[in-house]
Write a protein that binds this ligand. Sequence first.
Ligand code: ATP
Length: 222
Amino acid sequence: EAAATAVRAQALGKRYKDKWALRDCTFELPAGRVAALVGANGAGKTTLMTVLAGLLRPDEGAAGVAGRVAFVSQEKPVYRHFTVAEMLRMGARLNTVWDQDRAGRWLERFEIPLDRPCGRLSGGQQAQVAFAVAIGSRPDVLMLDEPLANLDPLARREVTAELLGEVAETGMTVLLSTHVVAELGGVADHLLLLAHGRLLAGGDLDELLARHVVYTGPRSDV
Ligand code: ATP
């Protein structure tokens, strides 16, 4: 049976002044999957996610997301002067749906102190706080811009495993960006490959691998 579509982009384009950062992007993400948005620095990953999340208006085409979106930005994921607990309280206030247990569990899992101001956490810990808040909002689609960039290899594996657990439990769809294909380490089953703002390949990872479009290294089954 055909899976429901979680994210749809139709001839999507976005330019800054007269430079196109994104052009003619058409794709669909099936619901309940983990998709990786892969591309070099400047390929347009952040622009695409920001447009999909509805934070930036496209100059061409259209984008649609089924349900509620949470977007974790690469820069400034948390407020420095807020403690971790205050970030959770803000999540509870700003989101129409809030699951305190879920957010709390994530922070506990990664041993993030609740009373610490976010500015005094490491970059990796700040990212964990942002993930916890995003997951607490129980999104249908979770978009993470370079979520693994600030994490050490162990944390990377743990975050990946936790994310897959959340996906299995809630059926949410995840779109995460990276410029390091090796980082994908078994997390994604769907791929969007972006270069100079254009989609070079998109689709089921195994199908793409079978067609030798890309090679992403060995995948572990979780
Ligand atoms: P990175 O991995 O370095 O974050 P990216 O793949 O996320 O890169 P984008 O940040 O989307 O790429 O940038 C795509 C292109 O658009 C780049 O050429 C960038 O310089 C340009 N760009 C991005 N934001 C702006 C902006 N606010 N104003 C002007 N140009 C921008």
